[in-house]
Design a protein. Sequence first.
Length: 265
Amino acid sequence: MAALCRGDGGLLCLMMPGWVTEDRMTVLHDIRMGLRRWGIDLNRYRPAQSAEARLLRLMQSVGTDAIVDVGANDGGYVRAIRGAGFGGPVLSFEPLAQAHARLLQAAAGQAHWQVAPRMALGEAAGSATIHVAGNSTSSSLLPMHERHAEAAPQSRYVSGEQVTVGRLDEVPHPLLERARAMHLKIDTQGYEMPVLRGATGLLPRVATLQIELSLVPLYEGQALYRAVIDWLDERGFELCGVVPGFTDERSGRMLQMDGVFARST
Protein backbone atom coordinates (compact mmCIF):
# COMPACT_ATOMS: atom_id res chain seq x y z
CA MET A 1 0.00 0.00 0.00
CA ALA A 2 1.36 3.43 -0.91
CA ALA A 3 0.48 6.59 0.99
CA LEU A 4 0.87 10.33 0.52
CA CYS A 5 2.57 12.51 3.11
CA ARG A 6 3.79 16.09 3.32
CA GLY A 7 7.56 16.46 3.29
CA ASP A 8 9.61 19.17 5.03
CA GLY A 9 9.65 21.22 1.84
CA GLY A 10 5.85 21.45 1.81
CA LEU A 11 5.53 18.99 -1.10
CA LEU A 12 3.53 15.79 -1.25
CA CYS A 13 5.67 12.67 -1.42
CA LEU A 14 4.90 8.99 -1.74
CA MET A 15 5.56 6.59 1.13
CA MET A 16 5.98 2.97 0.18
CA PRO A 17 5.16 0.08 2.56
CA GLY A 18 8.78 -0.67 3.43
CA TRP A 19 9.29 2.88 4.69
CA VAL A 20 6.45 2.74 7.25
CA THR A 21 7.59 1.70 10.73
CA GLU A 22 4.66 2.96 12.83
CA ASP A 23 1.31 1.32 13.23
CA ARG A 24 -0.43 1.52 9.85
CA MET A 25 -3.65 2.99 11.18
CA THR A 26 -1.76 5.74 13.02
CA VAL A 27 0.14 6.58 9.85
CA LEU A 28 -3.04 6.70 7.78
CA HIS A 29 -4.68 8.94 10.36
CA ASP A 30 -1.71 11.32 10.26
CA ILE A 31 -1.80 11.37 6.47
CA ARG A 32 -5.51 12.16 6.49
CA MET A 33 -5.06 14.99 8.98
CA GLY A 34 -2.21 16.39 6.88
CA LEU A 35 -4.25 16.30 3.68
CA ARG A 36 -7.13 18.10 5.37
CA ARG A 37 -4.87 21.13 5.77
CA TRP A 38 -4.82 21.20 1.94
CA GLY A 39 -8.62 20.93 1.76
CA ILE A 40 -8.48 17.23 0.83
CA ASP A 41 -10.15 14.37 2.67
CA LEU A 42 -9.02 10.75 2.38
CA ASN A 43 -11.40 7.83 2.86
CA ARG A 44 -11.32 4.13 2.16
CA TYR A 45 -13.27 3.22 -0.96
CA ARG A 46 -15.85 0.82 0.44
CA PRO A 47 -19.59 1.03 1.19
CA ALA A 48 -19.05 2.18 4.77
CA GLN A 49 -17.20 5.33 3.66
CA SER A 50 -18.06 5.94 -0.02
CA ALA A 51 -21.46 7.12 -1.27
CA GLU A 52 -20.66 5.83 -4.77
CA ALA A 53 -19.61 2.41 -3.45
CA ARG A 54 -22.80 2.16 -1.38
CA LEU A 55 -24.96 3.08 -4.35
CA LEU A 56 -23.21 0.62 -6.65
CA ARG A 57 -23.66 -2.16 -4.10
CA LEU A 58 -27.34 -1.30 -3.77
CA MET A 59 -27.89 -1.27 -7.53
CA GLN A 60 -26.08 -4.59 -7.88
CA SER A 61 -28.26 -6.11 -5.16
CA VAL A 62 -31.49 -5.26 -7.00
CA GLY A 63 -30.22 -5.94 -10.52
CA THR A 64 -30.36 -2.37 -11.84
CA ASP A 65 -30.40 -2.44 -15.64
CA ALA A 66 -30.32 1.32 -16.46
CA ILE A 67 -29.89 4.78 -14.95
CA VAL A 68 -32.22 7.70 -15.70
CA ASP A 69 -30.33 10.87 -14.79
CA VAL A 70 -32.71 13.84 -14.38
CA GLY A 71 -30.98 17.18 -13.89
CA ALA A 72 -27.66 15.96 -15.24
CA ASN A 73 -25.92 19.34 -15.58
CA ASP A 74 -22.56 18.50 -17.23
CA GLY A 75 -22.66 14.77 -16.42
CA GLY A 76 -20.75 14.67 -13.15
CA TYR A 77 -23.12 12.15 -11.57
CA VAL A 78 -22.72 9.69 -14.41
CA ARG A 79 -18.94 10.06 -14.40
CA ALA A 80 -18.89 9.29 -10.68
CA ILE A 81 -21.05 6.17 -10.92
CA ARG A 82 -19.16 5.01 -14.01
CA GLY A 83 -15.98 5.42 -11.99
CA ALA A 84 -17.53 3.27 -9.27
CA GLY A 85 -18.07 0.47 -11.78
CA PHE A 86 -21.54 0.79 -13.34
CA GLY A 87 -21.30 0.06 -17.05
CA GLY A 88 -24.97 -0.22 -18.02
CA PRO A 89 -27.07 2.15 -20.14
CA VAL A 90 -27.73 5.73 -19.01
CA LEU A 91 -30.18 8.36 -20.25
CA SER A 92 -29.49 11.94 -19.09
CA PHE A 93 -31.81 14.97 -19.09
CA GLU A 94 -30.69 18.59 -18.77
CA PRO A 95 -32.65 21.83 -19.49
CA LEU A 96 -29.89 24.51 -19.44
CA ALA A 97 -28.43 25.31 -22.86
CA GLN A 98 -24.76 25.57 -21.87
CA ALA A 99 -24.88 22.64 -19.47
CA HIS A 100 -26.66 20.53 -22.10
CA ALA A 101 -23.90 21.32 -24.60
CA ARG A 102 -21.25 20.23 -22.07
CA LEU A 103 -23.28 17.12 -21.31
CA LEU A 104 -23.32 16.17 -24.98
CA GLN A 105 -19.55 16.56 -25.10
CA ALA A 106 -19.12 14.40 -21.99
CA ALA A 107 -21.29 11.62 -23.42
CA ALA A 108 -19.82 11.74 -26.94
CA GLY A 109 -18.18 8.45 -27.77
CA GLN A 110 -19.27 6.90 -24.46
CA ALA A 111 -20.85 3.51 -24.89
CA HIS A 112 -24.34 3.21 -23.43
CA TRP A 113 -24.62 6.92 -22.44
CA GLN A 114 -27.37 8.80 -24.24
CA VAL A 115 -28.54 12.39 -23.80
CA ALA A 116 -32.16 13.40 -24.33
CA PRO A 117 -32.99 16.60 -26.24
CA ARG A 118 -32.74 19.72 -24.06
CA MET A 119 -35.82 19.79 -21.86
CA ALA A 120 -37.06 20.08 -18.29
CA LEU A 121 -39.25 17.44 -16.67
CA GLY A 122 -42.33 18.07 -14.59
CA GLU A 123 -45.92 17.09 -13.92
CA ALA A 124 -47.42 18.41 -17.17
CA ALA A 125 -46.19 19.08 -20.69
CA GLY A 126 -45.71 22.69 -21.71
CA SER A 127 -43.04 25.37 -21.49
CA ALA A 128 -41.52 27.42 -18.69
CA THR A 129 -38.72 29.79 -17.79
CA ILE A 130 -35.84 28.23 -15.92
CA HIS A 131 -33.89 30.58 -13.67
CA VAL A 132 -30.16 30.31 -14.41
CA ALA A 133 -27.95 30.50 -11.31
CA GLY A 134 -24.51 32.01 -11.26
CA ASN A 135 -23.08 28.61 -10.34
CA SER A 136 -25.30 26.76 -12.86
CA THR A 137 -25.99 23.85 -10.51
CA SER A 138 -28.52 25.83 -8.41
CA SER A 139 -30.68 26.71 -11.42
CA SER A 140 -34.38 25.91 -10.99
CA LEU A 141 -37.85 26.37 -12.37
CA LEU A 142 -38.78 27.79 -8.95
CA PRO A 143 -37.88 31.19 -7.47
CA MET A 144 -34.92 30.96 -5.10
CA HIS A 145 -35.53 31.43 -1.37
CA GLU A 146 -33.44 34.17 0.22
CA ARG A 147 -32.01 31.68 2.73
CA HIS A 148 -30.36 29.85 -0.15
CA ALA A 149 -28.96 33.01 -1.68
CA GLU A 150 -27.56 34.17 1.67
CA ALA A 151 -25.85 30.83 2.30
CA ALA A 152 -24.38 30.69 -1.23
CA PRO A 153 -24.29 34.16 -2.86
CA GLN A 154 -22.70 32.73 -6.01
CA SER A 155 -25.93 30.80 -6.59
CA ARG A 156 -28.09 33.89 -7.12
CA TYR A 157 -29.98 33.94 -10.41
CA VAL A 158 -28.33 35.81 -13.27
CA SER A 159 -30.65 35.14 -16.24
CA GLY A 160 -33.52 33.02 -17.53
CA GLU A 161 -34.10 30.59 -20.39
CA GLN A 162 -37.25 29.31 -22.03
CA VAL A 163 -37.42 25.54 -21.98
CA THR A 164 -39.80 22.80 -23.03
CA VAL A 165 -41.28 20.79 -20.15
CA GLY A 166 -42.41 17.17 -20.46
CA ARG A 167 -43.54 14.28 -18.29
CA LEU A 168 -40.87 11.63 -17.86
CA ASP A 169 -43.35 8.80 -18.36
CA GLU A 170 -44.38 10.30 -21.72
CA VAL A 171 -40.86 10.69 -23.15
CA PRO A 172 -40.49 8.26 -26.07
CA HIS A 173 -37.14 6.54 -25.70
CA PRO A 174 -36.05 2.89 -26.08
CA LEU A 175 -34.25 2.87 -22.73
CA LEU A 176 -37.38 3.98 -20.88
CA GLU A 177 -39.39 1.32 -22.70
CA ARG A 178 -36.96 -1.58 -22.13
CA ALA A 179 -35.66 -1.04 -18.59
CA ARG A 180 -37.27 -3.16 -15.89
CA ALA A 181 -35.16 -2.19 -12.85
CA MET A 182 -34.22 1.45 -13.29
CA HIS A 183 -32.22 3.69 -10.99
CA LEU A 184 -33.88 7.11 -11.12
CA LYS A 185 -31.77 10.09 -10.02
CA ILE A 186 -33.51 13.47 -9.62
CA ASP A 187 -31.49 16.64 -9.02
CA THR A 188 -33.85 19.48 -9.92
CA GLN A 189 -33.35 22.05 -7.16
CA GLY A 190 -36.70 22.10 -5.40
CA TYR A 191 -38.67 20.75 -8.38
CA GLU A 192 -38.46 17.11 -7.26
CA MET A 193 -42.17 16.52 -6.59
CA PRO A 194 -43.38 17.70 -10.03
CA VAL A 195 -40.79 15.39 -11.62
CA LEU A 196 -41.97 12.47 -9.49
CA ARG A 197 -45.64 13.15 -10.27
CA GLY A 198 -44.73 13.20 -13.95
CA ALA A 199 -43.02 9.82 -13.65
CA THR A 200 -45.81 7.79 -12.00
CA GLY A 201 -46.16 5.60 -15.10
CA LEU A 202 -42.52 4.54 -14.77
CA LEU A 203 -42.33 4.12 -10.99
CA PRO A 204 -43.38 0.44 -11.02
CA ARG A 205 -40.18 -0.23 -12.98
CA VAL A 206 -37.95 1.91 -10.76
CA ALA A 207 -35.93 -0.26 -8.36
CA THR A 208 -33.80 2.43 -6.71
CA LEU A 209 -33.99 6.18 -6.54
CA GLN A 210 -31.70 9.04 -5.48
CA ILE A 211 -33.29 12.42 -4.96
CA GLU A 212 -32.45 15.77 -3.39
CA LEU A 213 -34.19 16.42 -0.07
CA SER A 214 -34.27 19.92 1.38
CA LEU A 215 -34.31 20.24 5.16
CA VAL A 216 -35.36 23.90 4.99
CA PRO A 217 -37.00 25.96 2.22
CA LEU A 218 -34.42 26.76 -0.46
CA TYR A 219 -36.86 27.43 -3.32
CA GLU A 220 -40.30 29.01 -3.16
CA GLY A 221 -43.09 26.43 -3.20
CA GLN A 222 -40.91 23.33 -2.96
CA ALA A 223 -41.76 20.20 -0.96
CA LEU A 224 -39.46 19.56 1.99
CA TYR A 225 -37.86 16.25 2.91
CA ARG A 226 -40.67 14.84 5.06
CA ALA A 227 -43.27 15.31 2.33
CA VAL A 228 -41.07 13.68 -0.33
CA ILE A 229 -40.19 10.73 1.93
CA ASP A 230 -43.86 10.17 2.82
CA TRP A 231 -44.92 10.36 -0.85
CA LEU A 232 -42.35 7.75 -1.84
CA ASP A 233 -43.18 5.56 1.16
CA GLU A 234 -46.82 5.46 0.08
CA ARG A 235 -45.65 4.15 -3.30
CA GLY A 236 -43.50 1.37 -1.97
CA PHE A 237 -40.06 2.99 -1.57
CA GLU A 238 -38.14 3.01 1.68
CA LEU A 239 -35.31 5.32 2.62
CA CYS A 240 -32.11 3.29 2.85
CA GLY A 241 -29.37 5.93 2.83
CA VAL A 242 -28.52 9.62 2.83
CA VAL A 243 -25.69 11.59 1.24
CA PRO A 244 -24.77 14.94 2.87
CA GLY A 245 -25.19 17.91 0.54
CA PHE A 246 -25.51 21.69 0.58
CA THR A 247 -24.35 23.11 3.91
CA ASP A 248 -24.37 26.68 5.19
CA GLU A 249 -20.69 27.09 6.01
CA ARG A 250 -21.43 30.06 8.26
CA SER A 251 -23.38 27.95 10.74
CA GLY A 252 -22.45 24.37 9.86
CA ARG A 253 -26.13 23.56 9.29
CA MET A 254 -26.90 21.11 6.50
CA LEU A 255 -29.63 22.52 4.28
CA GLN A 256 -29.97 19.80 1.69
CA MET A 257 -29.08 16.13 1.32
CA ASP A 258 -29.68 13.29 -1.11
CA GLY A 259 -31.99 10.49 -0.08
CA VAL A 260 -31.37 7.03 -1.52
CA PHE A 261 -34.46 4.80 -1.74
CA ALA A 262 -35.10 1.22 -2.71
CA ARG A 263 -38.36 -0.53 -3.46
CA SER A 264 -39.65 -2.29 -0.35
CA THR A 265 -39.17 -6.04 -0.31
